[in-house]
Design a protein around this ligand. Structure first.
Ligand code: F6R
Length: 608
């Protein structure tokens, strides 16, 4: 995720900015840059890759004079990682400079309007519209120009701004993306995250949405969008640096579990305009979408599990036959693929060797490839015909959480989009699903608020050896992911079964005390899954059910019940997996496992 640092004070700004950016490296980034006002002009240095590249371009900041500046680490969303796309961005006169975290959803529309008025854009980023809009509205007063600009942009932002006409201040603003102010004797800071400034001060102000900040060397002023002053509390931070990097969480995995509402919002919201899904990323005409004969989904691990959910939704919404393949199997099979096949390639890292090779094979056989990828500019993103980014931000923990849920949400968007075009998803269902899709982030928030209850149950079961997850339909797909989460981080043996398969062999493994976790969110199949729960309970198993909040009757056939908010039946996979991620996490912590770096596993599997 991108990082912001800004400073105005008594000391040379650039070394402080570079030091702050280094503290934000753990968040992941692919380019970095700084801009400093030296009293006469804004000097900017940017570099693709590591902060060391940036440091060597400015002699560790020494070659940039001046005591006010802004810096940024960029995780690419719009436009590849490159020197040009790195932040800061400037207006043509080089009098204004901006760093930005977040996504400007209406940037294309704004860009077109500005281009008609003669503005030229140098980068592919959404951020550049902010600096150009600021320039457009600037009439000698940056605060008024900023308000005008913010009233026109849609989406999320935290901003740091330098104005060459103002040697006394730097500026900042925020909406739906974190930003804090740091206060010290030798100057004031703005940052996207506390670690960036913790070395210099422990006094911070946490900014709320729609707040605008003017920082001088010895004052902090905060305004609302009507430019009326706002009073804020100054907090003292007592975290050490490693707790600060994890946002106060003990592990990155827990932090990333909690980032899911935001990640899903970032994935979905920019793609919905006026109650319609806009998937410009799938560059097929409506006729081509109608003519598709089948879909092959190809992926590994959790991404494959996301694909398993996708199969149900694509078949239901778009009535298109869909097969899901493990990439390592697909590449060595002799798949029936042709020009009528859409191959959906799913990968968080975009670098997984098997997935990459399978995509090549699908292409060679004539399929159109559509990649769902998190890492912008990664190999799979570059080599696929089309790419849809999940915009989950970087994942540090080896076990994926937000990577998986945003992949599933991307497939929801794709299935509904294709269903609408193919005429297989009635308008009423489309509207209902869209409404429910947008509610998923807040429903996840409500599940997360119940985490102590899950911790209590997990602690009770942390000594167990075997766990079975069961489910039917989409619940089976979610069970595959839930089971993988548990085994990979807690080293507890765990397997997922289609509940109807129990009788065909697996039930012989059930003995007194075995834990069976039953995902039971599909209303039309409640009766069936409850029968399976009764069967395993009769053989001594403990049953924990994950079900919808209105299904209290499940308590009669389970020992523990965890509830998720009611949603559309296709969307439960994103909700039911959350308590399972938490369960896996708490079991692993209780067992003393290295949650963020489980043994023998790597985040990016770049070899076969
Ligand atoms: C499990 C996990 C892995 C990945 C798999 C594919 O928590 O993270 O199973 O899902 O290695 O990785 P990507 O999505 O990067 O292709």
């Amino acid at each position: 995720m991108c990082g912001i640092v800004g400073y105005i004070g008594k000391d040379q700004a650039a070394p402080i900015l570079l030091d702050g950016l280094t503290k934000l490296e753990y968040r992941g980034y692919d380019s970095a840059g700084v801009a400093v006002f030296d009293g006469e002009a804004i000097k900017m240095v940017k570099a693709k890759g590591k902060i060391d590249n940036l440091k060597s371009r400015c002699n560790n900041g020494e070659s940039l004079k001046g005591t006010q500046g802004i810096g940024h680490t960029r995780w690419a969303t719009h436009g590849e990682p490159s020197d040009l796309n790195a932040h800061p961005h400037m207006n043509a006169k080089e009098t204004l400079s901006v760093v930005h975290n977040g996504i400007i959803e209406n940037f294309l529309e704004l860009k077109e309007k500005l281009q008609k008025r003669g503005y030229t854009f140098l980068s592919d980023t959404d951020t550049e519209v902010i600096v150009q809009l600021l320039d457009f509205y600037y009439k000698g007063d940056i605060l008024s120009a900023l308000v005008e600009t913010l009233r026109r942009v849609e989406g999320s932002y935290s901003l740091g701004i330098l104005d060459a006409d103002d040697s006394e201040h730097i500026y900042a603003a925020k909406k739906d993306s974190p930003l804090i102010i740091g206060i010290s004797e030798s100057g004031n800071f703005v940052a996207s995250d506390i670690p960036a400034i913790l070395k210099y001060t422990d006094k911070v102000i946490i900014l709320e949405d729609n707040e605008i900040v003017r920082l001088s060397r010895d004052s902090v002023e905060i305004f609302n969008m009507d430019l009326e002053p706002v009073d804020k509390e100054i907090m003292t931070i007592d975290w050490d640096i490693s707790a600060a990097e994890k946002g106060g969480y003990e592990h990155f995995m827990m932090k990333e579990i909690h980032e899911q509402p935001k990640a899903i919002r970032d994935c979905i919201s920019p793609r919905i305009k006026d109650s319609e899904i806009m998937l410009h990323e799938l560059r097929l005409t409506e006729d081509e979408i109608k003519d598709l004969k089948k879909v092959n989904i190809i992926a590994c691990g959790s991404a494959y599990h996301a694909g398993c959910v996708g199969k149900y939704v694509l078949e239901e919404c778009a009535r298109i036959p869909t097969e899901v393949f493990l990439a390592s199997e697909f590449r060595y099979s002799d798949p029936v693929v042709d020009e009528g096949t859409l191959a959906i390639i799913i990968s968080q890292s975009g670098e997984t060797a098997d997935t990459k090779a399978a995509m090549k094979e699908a292409k060679r056989l004539g399929a159109r490839t559509f990649a769902i990828v998190n890492a912008v500019g990664s190999s799979i993103a570059r080599e696929s015909d089309d790419v849809m980014y999940t915009w989950a931000g970087p994942e540090i923990a080896v076990a994926t959480t937000k990577g998986y849920t945003t992949q599933v949400c991307s497939l929801y968007l794709l299935a509904m989009y294709m269903g609408k075009i193919r005429g297989t998803l009635p308008d009423e269902s489309y509207a209902e699903m869209l409404k429910e899709l947008l509610l998923l982030p807040e429903k996840i928030e409500s599940i997360l608020s119940e985490k102590e209850h899950i911790q209590y149950i997990a602690n009770r079961f942390s000594g167990l050896k075997d766990v079975f997850f069961i489910g039917r339909n989409i619940d089976y797909s979610a069970a595959l992911e839930a089971s993988l989460k548990l085994k990979e981080i807690s080293y507890v043996h765990s397997d997922a079964y289609a509940a109807g398969e129990l009788k065909h062999g697996t039930i012989s493994l059930i003995e007194k005390g075995t834990l069976v976790i039953s995902l039971a969110t599909q209303e039309k199949l409640y009766g069936k899954i409850v029968s399976n729960m009764i069967e395993v309970r009769a053989r001594g198993a403990f049953v924990m059910a994950v079900t919808n909040e209105d299904n209290k009757a499940i308590e009669e056939s389970s020992d523990y019940a965890l509830y998720i908010p009611k949603t559309h039946h296709s969307f439960t996979a994103v909700l039911s997996v959350i308590p399972c991620q938490l369960f896996a996490y708490y079991v692993a912590v209780e067992k003393g496992c290295d949650v963020d770096k489980p043994r023998n596993l790597a985040k990016s599997v770049t070899v076969e």
